[in-house]
Design a protein around this ligand. Structure first.
Ligand code: CA
Ligand code: CA
Length: 325
């Protein structure tokens, strides 16, 4: 998916895959995959069509060039770049400077096609991270590049691995695997990582983590007796709140629960204790499998009288004939 420029959190991708895996064999066939991509592209085209209609306030099937930066901002998922927009405009024989000019619907569409291609090219050069992710990763890179040399050397690298990839420091196999990955990622073989090499490393780590999340999620769901429907419900709640690296904080859980109940200070400490207990490194963070464990524990331990509140909420909702959640 990332190769085609769609960056959605893992949980959202899984929900889409579940919907589209028509023969429910859990493996995506090529035709199903194509359907999925088609849907993504037609969603984009639909948004584009509607936006053009909205901006065409004279109703003459033309939109002022001065409105294009706004359209780009609306349609670009990852923080638009004016330079890229200008390049896309030039490819279609106009310039964003000519603010008094207007473009037809077909030029508008051709412009976005160019723009999208430039975006995807850029993502591919950045280990399939989008512009806003690259920005966040740049910050993270700078944090580790203490001497501001523009590269992360061995000592600085050890800190990155300890933070993002603690599993790799715990076992012999983990360390060996990490060594292999590093060797692979360090393309010029100078023992240090520049920013692009760092992006490739992060992509590798993300992919490995997503894979282990999926495995852990299955184990956890079976162990907790969570049914498929329920799992999907949890997944959409999680996806709505998770940050760009796919994590929730206890405060996020509190805000999810606030539809049902207010947590007292005591409940908050209970929640924090559960989150720490469930996290492999006892951090105050949850990825999806941990979120499942935490939610289950909240119900089992009846934190914040959640069960009574739930019942009441459901009763009230059924009286009004609607559900809040
Ligand atoms: Ca450095
Ligand atoms: Ca290098």
């Amino acid at each position: 998916m990332r190769w085609f420029g769609f960056t959605k959190p893992l949980q959202q991708v899984q929900t889409m895959l579940d919907e589209i895996d028509l023969d429910a064999r859990g493996k995506l066939e090529i035709t199903e995959f194509l359907k999925l991509m088609q849907r993504q592209f037609s969603e984009l085209r639909g948004e584009q069509w509607n936006l053009f209609t909205m901006l065409d306030n004279k109703g003459n099937d033309h939109v002022m060039v001065s409105k294009i930066p706004f359209a780009v901002q609306k349609l670009s998922q990852y923080g638009a770049s004016i330079a890229k927009a200008e390049k896309a405009a030039n490819e279609n024989h106009f310039t964003l400077m000519d603010t008094k000019e207007s473009v037809s619907r077909s030029t508008f569409q051709a412009f976005f096609k160019s723009f999208r291609r430039l975006e995807i090219d850029e993502m591919r050069q950045h280990a399939c991270y989008n512009a806003s992710e690259v920005l966040a990763l740049r910050e993270c890179f700078n944090k580790f590049d203490k001497d501001r040399s523009g590269t992360v050397e061995k000592r600085e690298l050890a800190k990155i691995i300890a933070e993002y990839f603690p599993e790799a420091t715990k076992s012999k196999e983990g360390r060996a695997e990490m060594q292999l990955i590093l060797k692979d990622v360090d393309q010029d073989g100078n023992g240090a990582l520049d920013f692009l090499e760092f992006l490739v490393l992060m992509r590798r780590c993300d992919d490995i983590r997503d894979e282990s999340d999926i495995q852990l999620e299955e184990t956890v769901a079976v162990a907790l007796g969570i049914e498929a429907d329920e799992l999907e419900g949890y997944r959409s709640i999680f996806a709505a709140k998770a940050n760009w690296v796919g994590e929730l904080t206890p405060a996020d859980v509190q805000s999810i629960m606030s539809y049902i109940t207010e947590f007292s200070d005591e409940d908050v400490s209970a929640l924090n204790a559960i989150v720490r207990e469930v996290h492999p490194d006892h951090k105050l963070l949850m990825r999806f499998p941990q979120f499942l464990q935490v939610m289950k524990r909240l119900v089992d331990d009846n934190v914040g009288n959640i069960n009574q509140h739930c019942e009441r909420t459901l009763k009230r909702a059924s009286q009004r004939g609607s559900l809040l959640l």
